[in-house]
Write a protein that binds this ligand. Sequence first.
Ligand SMILES: [Mn+2]
Length: 251
Amino acid sequence: MDINFEEIGEILKEEENLVKPDNPGRIVFVGDTHGDLQASRRVFSNYFDDRTTLVFLGDYVDRGPKSEENVNFLLNHKLKDPDRVVLLQGNHEGMKFKDFGPVDFWNSLRPEKRKLYSNLLSQLPLALTWNGIIATHGGLPDLREEDEINEIDGGGPNWGKITWGDLNEVEGYILGGGFGRPQLGSDYFDQAMESFEKNVLVRSHQPNVPTFMFDKRCITIFTSSAYGATRRVAIAEGKVDSGDDLSIEEI
Ligand SMILES: [Mn+2]
């Protein structure tokens, strides 16, 4: 399964950092798939139809056995149905901005191909908002309103908070530690959600945290069998006021 880098690049250029779908129908959020092609295939066969938008929360490559197949599968679907398939950027797509060590997919590529993928995937959007929900890969940026997400520079501090940010059910704003992964606390979460006027954050990135945090206002789902996690998706239909308004299903 190959991809046409140029054609897909043209499609990705049309999206801003912040995706605001007009009429998405129900939204199925998919966590990290990390080389788990079977998980991605299952999402399409179980959920995709003309009243559904699929939102993948980033991290398509590394860790699992079929990184290139998985990311190509998703990019080809994006090309076919650009409005119904949203591919957000995870830290594993941001190699152009922050190169990091044990990344089996990236390290397996020859230099020219590595450049093609890193240029392409660095164009992926950073967030989606809809009906009380904000969705990102990891954390939330430090901004006054959601539209400022469109001005975020790849590789900058707010890019880092979104793609690398960990959330912790601990009081405080920016907590220490994390080895380059920004550690965001409950006060930071509350403040950011208030700025963006959103009720619920749907994100992925941390396979081992509880599905619900911060009074069910933060939902973390993982959709890869990498890390021994259970594959889950989160489904939203209509207005979302709390995590109770989303259904979590195992796939
Ligand atoms: Mn991640």
